[in-house]
Write a protein that binds this ligand. Sequence first.
Ligand code: ZN
Length: 155
Amino acid sequence: MKNSKFRIVPLATDVAATARRVAASGAPDHAMVVADSPGGFPCRHCLRYAQAGERMILFPYAAIPAGHPYSESGPIFVHAEPCERYHATDEFPADFRKGRVMRAYNSNYDMIDAEVVNGDAPEAIIEKLLEKPETAFVDARSVTHGCYTFRIQRL
Ligand SMILES: [Zn+2]
């Protein structure tokens, strides 16, 4: 389903490329893992789950930058091999229609609201959160593990 009110913001390509370089240098906080199940290893760059057998890099990413009460750094995966950045930014990524919580933040990175996508259309929840004038952006995170998945901004 396409929409005209928001856009999906996947992880920046230079962040993924840096993670691959740092992992190759053997840094202990950049782990190389092999996906061993479907649906457990979401790549934040191409916004799809890894197939079993694909190599992934697990590394910490500060979705909410340091210096704020809600500052948060946590583990995310990217494909170990270069992948294509998600480009259908007017469509909610199909792999993440379930199991996500949508968190709304203001321009000071304070979390001001959050809602679990629980079988509902995530688009409706995002639009509702963006209707609040103070909402600066919405982050999609794993409802179980809490990990950052991608950002959503107003068009
Ligand atoms: Zn990928």
